[in-house]
Design a protein around this ligand. Sequence first.
Ligand code: DQA
Length: 145
Amino acid sequence: MRVAILHGPNLRLLGIREPEVYGSGTLADINEDLRQLAVELGVDVEVFQSNHEGELVDFIEEAAGRVRGFLVNAGGLTHTSVALRDALIGVGLPFVEVHLSNVAAREPFRHHSYLSAVSEGVVFGFGARSYLLGLRGLVGRLSDG
Ligand code: DQA
């Protein structure tokens, strides 16, 4: 079983970007932890980061032929992107939405997600652990059949 992990805009700045909000770990740290967990769970992962909405849409369309689902931190596009939502619905594969920060406790514009209602589930507020919990949730859901 193979799943894809998507990181949206500005997430490659993790480690230097607002550490009081996002922590001091880097995106490479997160990806390494995810790869280790994937081995434990017996799944293959591929990772993609882009700051560009269209590139994320292209990746979703291309990867859909080889993966069973997606783990998605869409960053700021979470709150704005109909295109990303349509792409994820369009390929018809399950996905889990994750965020490092507790978006519900932040600015009102972060309270709405275009993705949540069409996701399998959402994990936020646990820092890098949100990704790990999200991967467990996604793989668990896929294993349920
Ligand atoms: C984020 C939350 C978003 O509101 C923000 O735009 C991000 C990161 C998070 O992981 O907490 O870029 O997705």
